[in-house]
Ligand binder design. Structure first.
Ligand SMILES: NC(=O)c1ccc[n+]([C@@H]2O[C@H](COP(=O)([O-])OP(=O)(O)OC[C@H]3O[C@@H](n4cnc5c(N)ncnc54)[C@H](O)[C@@H]3O)[C@@H](O)[C@H]2O)c1
Ligand SMILES: O=C(O)C[C@H](O)C(=O)O
Length: 308
């Protein structure tokens, strides 16, 4: 199983390392526009192999896409990250141009691949990738909700003082500081609703921390996060390669689901060998629907700035 990761920066290289460490694929090709950078990252990861005990082959390429030929999955992490004080939406101009150039090259060599988009602003870049390639919506999946849900579960575990593994929770909506929707009503600790275990104030604190999770880390790190994003992408890739059909909130093109059309936004998806296997339409109450509609409007507004 071959995976290409375009963009060997913080998120791309971390994703490659997680895929290798967890033996999710037999081969990973890292591609970057910066001369020698992807080769360097690949060599560094390969020098983990004897200690970490994996046999995945990680290769690097300075913009030569021939090495990526016939990848089953292509991950797109190329583009600029935000700096403290910025929103993800401010990255649109630079990153849309990057996404355009890399999608065309990657598709040429891997015509049957499933694409996992990571570059921000995520929902708009996922739509851009669909427009650029004309591919079926099943084959282009935006990774945002997998990360946001991981953060949600982390903040819930902190507040409940319980292991994160015993917690379930999901974040839908746009992958933006104000557009994501942590579904607290559906979150559980060992099957028990967290709404019965936390006060309303505590629930609000968890949701707020989740929504600004990326901005908080960007302020602390000076650039955006990479460990949790890399692991979240690897999880999506794993579900595709193994046809696990995991339910993961992902940004996909809606065609009537949730009453919406013509935008990519985070909704619960079944992810398997065909990419998007199914969109799961969960019941949203009035308050959640109101938030979802506001998120849809905000994502549509960002999409209007797209020129590709
Ligand atoms: N969707 C998410 O949940 C999520 C999470 C984290 C980061 N991100 C986004 O992912 C992107 C990458 O973040 P990062 O922290 O890895 O940034 P980074 O700067 O560490 O890495 C980006 C890499 O892309 C490369 N690149 C730029 N243009 C390229 C091109 N045309 N072809 C090939 N490579 C190219 C750069 O040389 C760089 O090495 C950002 O847009 C960031 O906002 C999204
Ligand atoms: O916060 C960012 O800009 C990067 C990413 O979208 C994240 O949520 O970590």
């Amino acid at each position: 199983m071959k995976v290409t990761i375009i963009g060997a920066g913080n998120v791309g290289a971390t994703c490659a390392e997680v895929i290798a460490n967890r033996r999710i694929a037999s081969e990973v090709v890292l591609v970057d526009i910066a001369e020698g950078y992807a080769e360097g990252k690949a060599m560094d990861i390969m020098q983990c192999a004897s200690n970490s005990k994996f046999d995945t082959i990680v290769k690097g390429s300075s913009n030569d896409y021939s090495l990526t030929a016939n990848s089953e999955v292509v991950v797109v992490t190329s583009g600029i990250p935000r700096k403290p004080g910025m929103t993800r939406e401010e990255l649109i101009g630079t990153n849309a141009a990057v996404v355009k150039s890399v999608m065309e090259s990657a598709l040429k060599y891997s015509p049957n691949a499933i694409f996992v988009m990571v570059t921000n602003p995520l929902d708009t870049m996922t739509l851009a990738a669909l427009k650029i390639t004309g591919l079926d919506r099943k084959r282009i999946i935006g990774m945002g909700g997998a990360l946001d849900s991981a953060r949600f579960k982390y903040f819930l575990s902190q507040k409940l003082n319980k292991p994160v593994y015993d917690i379930e929770g999901m974040v839908i909506g746009g992958h933006g500081d104000t557009t994501m929707i942590p579904l607290i009503r559906y979150a559980t600790y060992k099957g028990m609703p967290v709404t019965e275990l936390l006060s309303v104030e505590e629930q609000e604190e968890v949701c707020k921390s989740t929504m600004v999770g990326g901005a908080t880390l960007t302020k602390l790190l000076g650039t955006s996060a990479w460990y949790a994003p890399g692991a979240a992408v690897a999880n999506v890739v794993e579900s595709i390669l193994n046809d696990f059909k995991r339910m993961i909130p992902c940004s996909v093109l809606l065609d009537g689901e949730y009453g919406q059309k013509g935008l990519c936004i985070g909704v619960p998806c079944i992810i398997g060998k065909n990419g998007l296997e199914e969109i799961v339409e969960i019941n949203l109450n009035d308050k959640e629907t109101e938030k979802f509609l506001a998120s849809v409007e905000a994502v549509h507004n960002t999409n209007k700035e797209l020129t590709v």
